[in-house]
Design a binder for this molecule. Sequence first.
Ligand code: ADP
Ligand code: ADP
Ligand code: MG
Length: 471
Amino acid sequence: MIKKVLIANRGEIALRIVRACAEMGVRSAAIYTEPDRYALHVKRADEAYFIGEDPLGGYLDARRIVNLAAETGCDAIHPGYGFLSENAEFSRICNERGIAFIGPSAEVISRMGDKTEARAAMIGAGIPVTPGSDGNLQDLDEALLVAEKLGYPVMLKATSGGGGRGIRRCDTPQELKQQYPRVISEATKAFGSAEVFLEKCIVDPKHIEVQILADKHGNVIHLFERDCSIQRRNQKLIEIAPSPQLSDAQRDYIGDLAVRAAKAVNYENAGTVEFLLTGEDFFFMEMNTRVQVEHTITEAITGVDIVREQIRIAAGLPLRYQQSEIHYRGFALQFRINAEDPKNNFLPSFGKISRYYAPGGPGVRTDTAIYTGYTIPPYFDSMCLKLIVWAMDWEDVLDRGSRALEDMRLQGVKTTASYYQGILHDAEFRSGVFNTSFVVNHPELLNYSEKRHPNDIALAIATAIAAHAGL
Ligand code: ADP
Ligand code: ADP
Ligand code: MG
């Protein structure tokens, strides 16, 4: 079994991994750069190592991190999400040095991280794929020809893109001409690759993704699906498990499809197969070869601890569940609470958390690395907290989400919390039928104001405690 894990990440996901290690009796080693000196993942890990002044540099320095792991006696590295998590070279260096990479092999990462290669692999395996270009585009002329064949609107995408960046919808040849150099420049800056390709734009699709687990012995299972249709600018805001929009037959179909996709590429460890759903058709979109931000809601409905399973798989243990032993119960929602101002075009709002009071009660989980007095550094992602709620029924989970958002106090920075209250009160969302255009189609929700309960007990208690502690 693995004895000590170096966590090559920061923030809430680093803390999530520390917690899994602690429960498994595995030691955890954190890394941090200057702005993270007072970060919670540093305080909570068993050991912590400073990896440089530069805010981002250290977290992206694969060789240095693997050397550090070797020097400090770590036998595994967990990459979390973002940073080096989908960097094939990182997985390869770990392997070379005899350190278990908690994720797939370098070969699988490079194949699935490249969206056109992934599409080719899936077409080969007989998985339905969004219609698109045959591989990467040579130039604008080819792009215009392919777009004409596919029919507008089309999506121009960065081949190695992620996090919702490097994607542009083009409705006309003129737009494609305009966007082509922009996407190339964005892709070069953000992902270090100028490769782009085209997909037919599926209008008003639902984003449905399947969580899978695969061990080193060829066993693959799925943990059902998540509905991530509530997005802004191709970035997920609220995630739901299971999707309230699927029939049981569709659920079985998509689960099987994801398992087939994973088997086709000899996948190993936790992964997510993303699909777009339009009408009755599912199209493969991409595969994320890492733990996902929204793995939490799958944990809530299935009871499986995904990070724990990742560590067991990397240690070479066989999966301990058969597909028939995986069941889901109720509904779970995750709200990505971002330090952004929804009333001001989601402008990032970094700064000091003057007061944080976590929501609680039944069916409530928070994954975050913030605390009262913590200053959110401006160098990283603006997501500062994940609020996860679970309840037996759809209506109940909506009410619980609303109650938990009201329970939470997060002051000092602007957040997306009030916007989510608006969404939870919206009749279309409550009906359980929505697609990826929901956010653009509901601009009125941006100005939603919470009506606070007159007797705000939570706030009163938080204030009293803070006064008592002399904060
Ligand atoms: P998920 O697919 O898990 O919901 P996101 O797509 O929101 O996650 O990405 C998770 C994090 O990883 C975000 O901070 C995002 O900016 C980062 N990320 C994802 N893909 C890439 C990539 N190819 N390059 C750099 N950062 C990425
Ligand atoms: P990322 O790697 O950034 O997660 P994805 O390829 O997963 O990029 O796409 C992100 C989001 O963009 C999807 O969830 C969906 O809302 C939208 N999108 C991507 N491709 C298409 C498409 N062909 N048609 C319509 N929407 C798309
Ligand atoms: Mg995606």
